[in-house]
Design a protein around this ligand. Structure first.
Ligand code: T3D
Length: 261
């Protein structure tokens, strides 16, 4: 699929999605939601892709829903349907992708743009980046999974504060609060996030994916259920090429050559 609103590139085991509507700080229109979802889908199907990076072109990561489009949409489609058929598919695609997703947060992540950033597994933020739940400024509630992700990441009080103040949370505070894994100088973000991605792209992809599945599932589990599920999927990991290779490499005192299988 040829994309108009994003750039999708594959190289060195990494699929890089660049949201590309910089004139609107990469606000999501319907096409960009569909294209981003499609790129994640194709990354999932492509064995050559073992890690995905999502970032934004220009000075923003994403300013969320394109409000011009929102206004023009009129009564034709309800907001609930728009969310179900658009952002929900995107967020589910990211979370169900059994490969690490690195968010290279290059600038402001607002509204649904913040939701997409939070759906990444690892976030590396430029020191000029910030996060903002812009919704209450326009009389909406957080969506795109934010009510699920954010209290789990930073706790209810901070998440609710972000929601009802709609204040920008700068990268440094986001790090302190546990919203991001690392803050780096803005001009070094592409290089540093690519280094994280390359590291994951030569790792045991199957185990990384199963870990993501187990951790996501644990939110809704009792300890007993989580233990049982770990035993079940560890059985899958233990049958992998990478498990055999990892053990051989350790015993032979050499670096493991993981293939992702
Ligand atoms: O539809 C549904 O399913 C509902 C889903 C809703 C999900 C949501 O995301 S709701 C929240 C939507 N987002 C917002 O409310 C944020 C709106 N943007 C802003 O508040 C500010 O732009 C920022 C705080 C993000 C950044 O401010 P600043 O001063 O750095 O930049 P700016 O000058 O405001 O924006 C630069 C340009 O991008 C500007 O265009 P111009 O004047 O240069 O031609 C601005 O209009 C445009 N832009 C920024 N955000 C959006 C946008 N255009 C359309 N939609 C946007 N969201």
């Amino acid at each position: 699929m040829a994309y108009e609103t994003i750039i999708y590139e594959v190289g060195d085991g990494v699929g890089t999605i660049t949201l590309n509507r910089p004139g609107k700080l990469n606000a999501f229109n319907d096409l960009m939601i569909d294209e981003t979802t499609d790129a994640f889908k194709s990354a999932g199907r492509d064995a050559a892709v073992r890690c995905v990076v999502i970032t934004g072109a220009g000075r923003g990561f994403s300013s969320g829903q394109d409000l011009g489009d929102f206004q023009e949409r009129g009564e034709g489609i309800s907001i609930g349907e728009h969310l179900r058929h658009g952002y929900h598919r995107l967020i589910r695609q990211m979370v169900s992708l059994e490969k690490p997703v690195v968010g290279a947060i290059n600038g402001i992540a607002a509204g649904a743009g913040c939701g997409v950033a939070l759906a990444a597994d690892i976030r590396i933020a430029a020191d000029s980046a910030s996060f903002m739940l812009a919704f209450s400024r326009i009389g909406l509630i957080p969506d795109s999974g934010i009510n699920w992700f954010l209290p789990r990441l930073i706790g209810y009080a901070r998440a609710y504060e972000m929601a009802i103040t709609a204040d920008r949370v700068p990268a440094g505070k986001a790090l302190e609060w546990g919203m991001v894994n690392q803050v780096v100088p803005t001009d070094q973000l592409p290089e540093i996030s690519a280094a994280w991605a390359r590291r994951f792209a030569v790792g045991p992809t199957l185990a990384y994916g199963l870990t993501k599945r187990a951790m996501n599932r644990s939110w809704d589990s009792t300890l007993d259920e989580a233990l049982e599920y770990e035993a079940h999927i560890q059985g899958i990991a233990a049958r992998s090429h990478d498990n055999r290779e990892g053990i051989s490499a350790f015993l032979e005192k050499r670096d493991a050559q993981f293939t992702g299988r």
